[in-house]
Design a protein around this ligand. Structure first.
Ligand code: FAD
Length: 460
């Protein structure tokens, strides 16, 4: 009987445990369900939908090479899949396990209605595999990383299976009818330019091969926003166009320090998912006590944060490195990691605005918006999470900008500052600010003192 493969953030043919298991069991019907109901408030953001459109297009092309088809359906996933199983007489639904809380619930419901075969494969190791000596999951990154390094000894990558199709294909939607691309206004021009048509498994693998040529410098270059020194695999990994296991294996010949650092970054991704598995609402609620609505500047207590939040979102805070990052985010749907940290720290510490506003904005604007990675990194920067309390470690945007040589990065994303010299550009309020660039929304010293005082009084 036919086997349904339920595709979500695993839009690839290679190293796909569910697809391979289905292909061994019978003719395969690959299905993607656009489900805006199950995730409720965690409906996919605008930039991710844009990426999804292109990724599905690439996947449909890859399936076409196997004389297979990608069936598109829309609705509540558990209902759609149960209905499709009945319609096609499918023997089973196969899927790669996902850990977002809404997907776990959907998997549970579906397993009561059809034969659901869940497989691992979107992480280096299934979350929960690596545990402390006493058998508990890790909460802190460094010991988790060490245990992962110990546990991983390369992977057996599963090749693309050969696929046969059912006698009759079920009907599906037309991708262009889903409206995943913006209509008017067309806000995706910057994203088209930045990503240059590079979607899907083949494009991701090609980009990664090029990155391997410079991976030896990754340790230093990964901190320099003006350099193209990171892999930019995040949207490919998030949507599952490549598996992290494929990247790990592709690096096996590389023993330099840069490759070693890169492996640790891939482990961060697994770590985030381990945290989500333990604390499913981690991206919604602070883990630590004391960081509720009363800690942050809050409209309910008369703080007018709306304009400041908007200035941050639009990249008009008067801090060039923050503004460059926020404009890169809006235009490209991606932001350099160093600047993600600086901009996030600025929101929660300089502006004292609840990290959840920032998390939401990143969620909507990032092509790699990921429930685990986004939530875990926001709580880490904010000092509200499982790690040691970082709230009092306040990043200084101006010195970060100098230290990590961001002048050309600022020129690219904040063109009104392009004519300033390498020394002036980090802090144009020092007497050289062009008229069309805003003054600082708050002074650094003042903001720092306010944040520290807020922290101190919250402990009294
Ligand atoms: P590289 O440096 O080439 O790293 C390779 C891969 O390792 C990345 O693609 C990613 O999958 C993983 N990785 C690297 N750093 C981290 C990290 N700190 N946490 C988890 N995984 C990591 N990443 C997302 O994928 N989605 C998000 O929604 C997201 N939100 C973030 C929010 C904040 C506030 C911060 C500080 C970081 C966030 N990150 C997020 C992590 C990181 O910034 C991006 O993964 C990275 O910038 C992507 O670029 P790259 O692929 O070139 O990374």
């Amino acid at each position: 009987s036919p086997q349904i493969v339920w595709l979500r953030r695993d839009l690839r043919l290679c190293d796909h445990q569910a697809l391979t298991a289905a292909a061994e069991a019978g003719p395969v019907i690959p299905v993607y369900v656009l489900d805006d109901e199950t995730p409720e408030a965690r409906r996919m953001g605008g930039a991710s939908r844009w990426w999804l459109h292109h990724s599905l297009e690439a996947l449909a092309g890859d399936l076409g090479r196997h004389r297979s088809q990608l069936v598109l359906r829309r609705g509540r996933a558990a209902d759609v899949l149960a209905g499709l199983a009945e319609e096609t007489g499918a023997g089973a639904v196969h899927a790669i396990r996902h850990y977002e809380p809404w997907w776990r619930e959907a998997e549970e419901e579906l397993s009561e209605r059809v034969t659901l075969c869940l497989h691992d494969g979107n992480y280096l190791l299934p979350p929960g595999t690596v545990t402390t000596g006493s058998g508990n999951p890790y909460k802190i990154y460094s010991p988790f990383r060490d245990a992962m390094r110990e546990a991983i000894d390369g992977f057996d990558i599963i090749p693309e299976p050969s696929l046969s199709g059912p006698d009759a294909w079920p009907e599906g939607d037309d991708l262009t009818d889903w409206g995943l691309l913006p209509a008017k206004p067309d806000w995706a021009g910057g994203m088209r330019e930045f990503w240059d048509g590079q979607f899907g498994m083949a494009a991701a693998t090609e980009r990664f091969d090029r990155f391997l040529g410079v991976v030896k410098d990754y340790g230093e270059d990964r901190n320099l926003p003006a350099e193209d020194g990171t892999s930019r695999m995040s949207p490919h990994l998030h949507h599952g166009e490549v598996s992290p296991r494929m990247l790990w294996n592709a690096m096996s010949r590389h023993t330099n320090a840069g490759a070693n650092t890169f492996r640790n970054e891939l482990i961060w991704r697994d770590y985030a998912q381990n945290v989500i598995q333990q604390f499913p609402r981690y991206a919604e609620e602070p883990y630590r006590d004391g960081y509720d609505d009363n800690f942050w500047r809050n409209p309910d207590r008369g703080h007018l944060i709306a304009d400041e939040l908007q200035a941050w979102q639009q990249g008009r805070t008067g801090y060039p490195i923050v503004d460059a990052g926020m404009r890169q985010l809006w235009n490209a749907g991606w932001m350099h990691n160093r600047v993600r940290m600086i901009a996030a720290s600025f929101l929660v510490k300089h502006l004292l605005i609840d990290w959840r506003h920032g998390e939401q904005w990143y969620w909507d604007c990032l092509v790699d918006a990921d429930y685990g990675n986004n939530g875990v990194n926001w709580q880490w920067i904010s000092g509200t999470g499982v790690d040691s309390n970082m709230f009092v470690r306040i990043m200084a945007p101006l010195s970060q900008s100098e230290k990590f040589d961001a002048a050309d990065y600022i020129r690219e994303w904040v063109p009104e500052l392009a004519d300033l010299s390498d020394t002036q550009i980090h802090d144009p309020d020092d007497g050289c600010r062009p008229k069309d660039y805003p003054a600082k929304i708050i002074g650094h010293k003042e903001a720092r003192e306010r944040a520290l005082e807020t922290y101190r009084s919250s402990k009294r």
